[in-house]
Design a protein around this ligand. Structure first.
Ligand SMILES: [Zn+2]
Length: 159
């Protein structure tokens, strides 16, 4: 997957439309974006064009452009965008969130996302994850299950 990054010379109305659609929240770091901040500021608004080769062929997917902070957007360069698992969650072998969410949004089904030491950890991580991926892939209904697995608990995401 390659992301096309950095659209310059965007009109203010485009940023406003995409900002409204994303609730003025950065899709990469999940922090608020201040709509009044200059687009030249590192914490200002920028647009991340999420076009992948696969999606270019598959035009049906909506919302290809997402709101991001300028430094989150340009900071990732040509590498794949990464959504971090928060540090307060106890997860082992966590899956790559964006890729898993995209596969589930495209094909449905279920994916093992992480292992957790306790069912409580797995439930906390699952609640966080469902909320997070619901904003990554608006319009997709996600759910999670916790399954005991060899003394640990497997967090399974489905769509
Ligand atoms: Zn950000």
């Amino acid at each position: 997957m390659s992301l096309v990054v950095g659209h310059y010379g965007l009109s203010v109305s485009t940023i406003e439309e995409i900002g409204e659609a994303d609730g003025w929240r950065c899709w990469l770091c999940d922090e608020p974006v201040d709509p009044t901040m200059s687009v030249n500021d590192p914490r200002g608004a920028s647009i991340d064009a999420r076009s992948t080769r696969k999606k270019a062929k598959k035009k049906a997917r909506s919302l290809p452009e997402r709101l991001a902070h300028r430094d989150c957007n340009t900071g990732k360069g040509n590498t794949e965008a990464v959504v971090q698992w928060p540090e307060h969650l106890f997860v082992v072998d966590p899956a790559v969130i964006i890729q898993s969410a995209e596969r589930l949004a495209t094909k449905g089904g279920r994916e093992a996302m992480a292992r957790c030491p306790t069912s409580e950890d797995a439930n906390l991580a699952g609640a966080w994850l469902v909320d997070r991926v619901s904003r990554l892939e608006p319009g997709v209904q996600f759910a999670f299950r916790v399954e005991p697995a060899g003394g640990q608990f497997l967090l399974v995401l489905s769509a």
